[in-house]
Design a protein around this ligand. Structure first.
Ligand code: ZN
Length: 213
């Protein structure tokens, strides 16, 4: 891959986009690249220079990838540019102690000087209602061979379980909090808090066991 030429990369990219466009509509890549050239040329990036104090919060936040939280969550927590490490995943679910999310938290703690972890789920999260069978049906409709799902199942990969979200955001957040707190590689005195944010108002509350969410 290191020896691939730019022209070849462009052709590869273009071929991939054509295939993707065929099934999923027109790519926004061209518009994004055009905007990006303008963004850089105009110096608009200056508005995003680190204005906050990198030592102000020293926290790492695990939250959901829901696009309603993109600007709302930092604003609701008074987090300025450069002040926190934010890890995003579907549902703020921490499903594996040795996966990429936990590795990111570990790196934030030891290499990026974070000293506190906040797991922040949100009300009205799509991962509460995700239906694995429906997602798998959409995979097949999008061109993933049905046989492949059967082969994976025969090989011991439970795709349905892997896709499953949660019934209660509070319980899910508390599960992630416990997973971080009990991880063998975190400092014993690490502060880990579990919160739930309203994706409309930005109101925060502490996650509570047995909450009806
Ligand atoms: Zn969500």
């Amino acid at each position: 891959m290191a020896s691939i030429t730019r022209a070849a990369a462009r052709r590869l990219c273009s071929a991939t986009l054509t295939a993707a466009s065929f099934k999923h509509g027109e790519s926004r890549l061209g518009a994004i690249m055009a905007h990006n050239a303008n963004f850089v040329r105009s110096g608009a990036y200056n508005d995003f220079k680190v204005t906050g104090n990198p030592d102000a919060l020293r926290c790492v936040i695990l939250t959901c990838m829901d696009s309603r939280l993109t600007h709302l969550l930092p604003a609701a927590l008074n987090i300025k540019q450069g002040e926190a490490k934010i890890i995003k995943t579907a549902g703020a679910i921490l499903s594996h102690p040795w996966g990429g999310i936990m590795r990111s938290i570990i790196v934030a703690l030891y290499e990026l000087r974070a000293s506190e972890v906040f797991v922040i789920g949100h009300d009205d999260c799509g991962m509460r209602t995700v239906a694995p069978a429906s997602v798998m049906g959409k995979m097949v409709a999008a061109g993933v061979p049905e046989d492949r799902l059967r082969v994976l199942e025969a090989a011991g990969v439970d795709v349905g379980k892997w896709l499953k979200g949660f019934n209660s955001v509070d319980e899910s957040v508390l599960t992630a909090v416990r997973a971080v707190k009990t991880h063998p590689l975190v400092p014993p005195d690490l502060k880990v808090a579990g919160l739930v944010i309203d994706p409309v108002t930005g109101a925060l509350r502490e996650a509570a066991a047995g909450a009806a969410t």
